[in-house]
Design a protein around this ligand. Structure first.
Ligand SMILES: *Cc1c(COP(=O)(O)O)cnc(C)c1O
Length: 341
């Protein structure tokens, strides 16, 4: 298979249309068998459920080329499982995780020419999503849905090395207790746009959202979970029902425990104790871990001892180990690497 003529290492994070995407339709209580299509446009009725009441959920994962030349995806079953949970919470039909993995496999295979070569730092970003399509004017769930997956090649997240981020404690809330913070729904992103635009305007890279109930505990950013390193080298990650369960963060916790023999705790983390940590990172598919150098709480600066020039040593070890596992340089736990071809 001949690769597309793309300057892989200079790609940004944007949408590049590829030839084929997957679509399955849900009608009269059942999903059809699904198919690949060349049509990148979705035509909807003006009254479609997704347009009126935002009934839409999504996932994000990556396919890439390993050390030994295979095209693989990282733990797609967990994305499928999480999308099942998202669908249930928004009264959408479940597209099974088995079919999800099968559809991911088909889309990546069909677009193999767009999977960046090993060593380029680039990946094929995969975007599964589902939305209500029939007309809904009274507030209720749609009866017809589309599940779709497209993919787009994206560049290396850190061009020229990871730069530690400066983040600010937001006055806005991300997700209410017992709300939708733990599912991957478009609505959680719509409401985060104003706070992130404001944060960027004020010179920050990201927002740190607190728990809305007490505004004393760390939740997450708009799109990544927190991971902290204690001064004695242990890992702490916030526990809350309104945090999106990041697959990267869950994988890093496993790596910390099983590969690096570190103590790992998932517990409530108070903003007040952040000044006592040695390192801080943000976990998500896009960057794996982005180091955080500084957290600004209404003018009060909390500077992580790891500083503003590079990743802290424990964050670095976690990053190198997980990316090593992903790329096939380090043996992966059973089932983590889904070989596509
Ligand atoms: C997607 C997402 C993450 C990261 O999850 P991964 O599975 O690691 O990509 C973290 N927080 C939020 C709010 C998200 O939407």
């Amino acid at each position: 298979m001949e690769k597309k003529n793309i300057d892989w290492s200079n790609l940004g994070f944007g949408y590049i249309q590829t030839e084929l995407r997957y679509v399955s339709c849900y009608k009269e209580g059942a999903w059809d068998e699904g198919t690949l299509t060349g049509d990148a446009n979705v035509v909807l009725n003006e009254c479609a459920g997704v347009l009126q009441y935002a009934q839409t959920i999504f996932e994000g994962l990556k396919a890439y080329t390993t050390d030994d030349g295979h095209i693989v995806a990282f733990r797609p079953d967990l994305n499928g499982e999480r999308m099942e949970a998202s669908a249930r919470r928004l009264e959408m039909p479940v597209f099974s995780k088995e079919r999800f993995v099968d559809a991911v496999t088909k889309v990546v295979s069909a677009n193999a020419a767009y999977v960046p070569p090993y060593g380029s730092g680039a990946t094929l970003y995969i975007r599964p999503y589902m939305f209500g399509v029939n007309s809904v004017i009274g507030v209720k769930p749609a009866e017809e849905y589309q599940f779709r997956i497209f993919c787009t090649p994206v560049g290396p997240y850190f061009k020229g090395g990871a730069r530690p981020l400066t983040i600010c404690v937001s006055d806005f809330d991300r997700a209410a207790p017992h709300g939708t913070g733990n599912i991957k729904a478009g609505l959680n992103y719509a409401m985060s746009l104003h706070p992130i635009v404001k944060a960027h305007r004020e010179g920050f890279d990201e927002n740190l959202y607190l728990d809305p109930g007490t505004r004393t505990k760390v939740e997450e950013t708009g799109g990544a979970n927190f991971l902290f390193v204690t001064k004695d080298g242990g890992i702490v990650t916030p526990k809350s029902d309104s945090i999106l369960p990041s697959i990267t963060r869950r994988s890093l916790m496993h790596v910390a425990r099983e590969y690096l023999n570190l103590k790992v705790e998932e517990r409530e983390v108070y903003l007040e104790e952040v000044k006592d940590f040695a390192e801080c990172g943000l976990c998500g598919t896009a960057a794996v871990i982005s180091p955080v150098g500084k957290i600004v709480d209404h003018g009060r600066e909390i500077c992580l001892p790891s500083g503003m020039t590079e990743m802290g040593p424990v964050t670095r070890k976690l990053y190198d180990t997980l990316t090593g596992i992903q790329m096939g340089r380090i043996e992966a736990p059973r089932g983590w690497i889904h070989v596509i071809e």
